[in-house]
Design a binder for this molecule. Structure first.
Ligand SMILES: [Zn+2]
Length: 76
């Protein structure tokens, strides 16, 4: 059940997890390609990507969201 995550394949048996939002200017877009899906997930977790339950979000995009939220809050 936990294998519902979207992976990118490099065509050579490698897997990487893409950032789902890609909204930050410095978004890394795609994680490092690893030999297995498990390793790809491990990589994302090591990089502190945010896991939503279905997809991953890179640290830069998460910061961008936080920034957007704080901007909305101050606009009141
Ligand atoms: Zn991102």
């Amino acid at each position: 059940m936990s294998d519902e995550i979207f992976y990118i394949e490099d065509g050579d048996g490698g897997f990487a997890i893409p950032c789902q939002l890609k909204i930050a200017a410095d978004c890394v877009q795609v994680g490092e390609f690893c030999e297995s899906k498990e390793d790809a997930r491990h990589w994302a977790e090591e990089e502190c990507w945010i896991f939503s339950g279905e997809w991953y979000l890179c640290v830069e995009c998460n910061q961008q969201i936080m920034l957007n939220i704080s901007k909305l809050q101050t606009k009141k």
